[in-house]
Design a protein around this ligand. Structure first.
Ligand code: XMP
Length: 513
């Protein structure tokens, strides 16, 4: 296994991700925990020093133990990791006076060759991503330079004999396009076979959960979305009946959704599942509410109250399981307290663990969305479930602009089901990030048969996106749109007009509210 010593970079987790993609098992440990004894016990086959915000020139700045250099294993230092390595091995680091560098840079080869650079510099220079204030001004004895950039003369350095490698840039980020090859070279030098899999990750995650939880009881909020479903199934495999899931049904779910969730988790997986059917409560409180933010806040607050009520009835619960993903972790670290404005109050259960005195179990904290899907697959969740489009916490409430009524919700559910059926029949579901119907707060005149109608209009929405932050509308064919409109009007009483929303994000958002 490979050890990543974390000096606090925002992108340390991306190093782990690159290694997982190469099927290499690694663990990230904060530098404070990495002592001589730890290293001996861990017995890494290779070590990576991450970047970090500190300056090695400052007194008391983070260091790995000296003994790491005596392990006789390959070491790769990145950014701060490079500087710390140089300073500890006899080189020099200076503060950046006008040499700080952030963003894209180009590294040129020096002509020296190394196995680390296999597949690099094939087309000349390489684009890399820099983010540093200080820089190495003198490399340590035994090191040689393999790549330089205008602001980082020691962009790539190595002591090939001892297998110590140190780079100023971040090979793990997307903006270093040839970064994956760089890591591939490093792990090959270290002798990894690349035989570690998501199946192994699952087993390790289960072992960690068992160790953390012991014989205590755990509560998990289950929405039926991919993240909470994978969390629940993983915990169930780990601790069986010590887990109780609470499924809050706010009456704003899609057609048959509540039944599907209950059947799948209670009947198929045999989990302890509380179906908190509180639709009357939610729909009652939402009566007459048409302001989008008020809707969101009302639902968010009720959700917490309801969850808390059901959870407090579970005897002896000490842990709350959440499907927090790595991108959520980065966001909360880098943007907490930031000056960004609230576009929408997103619905989550932040603050709940403290309020209820529960400790958190977050087994997906290190994973990205596609890795969660792979893990779900490993756990035997059906593909149709794993590949589902995202569905917002406030549910259909934000797809029903204006006042929410049971009638409108029923019409909306039916129209949405027809639309999704159309998309599946045409095999477009997996190409689309998210598709849904919004029922509009207008009624319009139509003619059906020989009679006049006066019914609701609806809007179809379908977007492509990578992360939900930006999106483009999906270019359906006119035939598809025509056929879908006809089906909705024929099959859904209450709708007599269908429109297609061709707004991208920005300026629109994906949801209507
Ligand atoms: P917007 O509408 O802001 O949505 O472009 C971006 C993505 O987030 C989903 N979404 C939510 N998800 N709670 C959630 O869990 C929410 O309150 C919420 N609001 C929007 C939306 O469906 C899209 O995927």
């Amino acid at each position: 296994r490979l050890l990543i010593i974390d000096f606090g970079s925002q992108v340390t987790q991306l190093i782990a991700r690159r290694l997982r993609e190469l099927n290499v098992y690694c663990e990230i440990h904060p530098y404070q925990n990495v002592t001589d004894a730890f290293l001996k016990d861990f017995a890494p086959k290779a070590v990576i020093f991450s970047g970090g915000p500190a300056s090695v020139i400052d007194e008391g700045s983070p260091r790995p133990p000296e003994s790491v250099f005596d392990l006789d294993v390959p070491i790769l230092g990145i950014c701060y990791g490079q500087q710390v390595m140089m300073q500890m091995l006899g080189g020099k680091v200076e503060r950046g006076h006008g040499t700080a560098e952030f963003g894209r840079a180009y590294v040129e080869p020096t002509g020296a060759e190394s196995d680390l650079l296999f597949g690099w510099f094939v087309g000349g220079r390489e684009q890399v991503w820099m983010s540093h204030g200080d820089h190495v001004s003198e490399i340590a004895p035994g090191f040689e330079v393999y790549g330089t950039s205008p602001n980082a003369p020691f962009a790539i350095t190595a002591d090939v004999e001892r297998r110590f490698y140190a780079v100023q840039f971040h090979p793990e980020v997307h903006h270093t396009p040839n970064g994956p090859t760089f890591y591939e070279n490093f792990v090959r030098i270290a002798g990894f076979e690349g035989d570690w899999t998501m199946g192994a990750y699952k087993d390790e995650a289960i072992a960690k959960i068992r160790e953390q939880v012991g014989d205590k009881q755990v509560i998990c909020g289950l929405s039926g979305g991919v993240d909470s479903s994978v969390t629940a199934v993983l915990l169930h495999e780990a601790i069986g009946d010590q887990l109780t899931c609470v499924f809050v049904d706010h009456g704003l779910l899609r057609l048959n959704e509540a039944d599907e969730v209950v059947t799948m988790f209670r009947d198929h997986y045999n989990m302890k599942l509380i179906h908190a059917d509180e639709s009357d409560l939610f729909l009652g409180e939402l009566e007459g509410v048409s302001d989008p933010e008020t809707k969101r806040k009302t639902i968010g607050k009720l959700f917490i109250d309801v969850f808390q009520k059901y959870a407090s009835e579970i005897d002896g619960a000490e842990f709350l399981a959440q499907g927090t993903l790595y991108p959520d972790v980065i966001e909360s670290v880098s943007f907490s307290g930031g000056p960004s404005v609230t576009i929408k109050s997103h619905h989550n259960v932040g603050g709940l663990p403290e309020k209820m005195g529960l400790k958190l179990v977050e087994p997906l904290r290190e994973l990205f969305k596609d890795e969660v899907r792979a893990l779900g697959h490993e756990l035997g969740l059906p593909a149709s479930f794993i590949g589902r489009h995202p569905f917002p916490g406030p549910g259909l409430a934000i797809r029903c602009p204006g006042e929410i009524t049971r009638d409108k919700l029923e019409i909306l559910r039916k129209a949405d089901a027809v639309y999704i059926d159309q998309i599946r029949r045409h095999e477009l579901y997996d190409e689309i990030w998210q598709a849904f119907v919004a029922i509009l707060p207008v009624r319009t005149v139509g003619v059906m048969g020989d009679g006049r109608t006066y019914d609701y209009a609806c809007a179809l929405r379908a977007v492509t996106s990578v992360d939900g932050m930006t999106a483009d509308y999906y270019p359906f064919s006119h035939e598809f749109l025509g056929e879908t409109a006809t089906r909705i009007i024929n099959e859904v009483p209450g709708i007599n007009r269908v429109t297609y929303d061709i707004t991208s994000k920005p300026p629109g958002t994906i949801e209507w509210e």
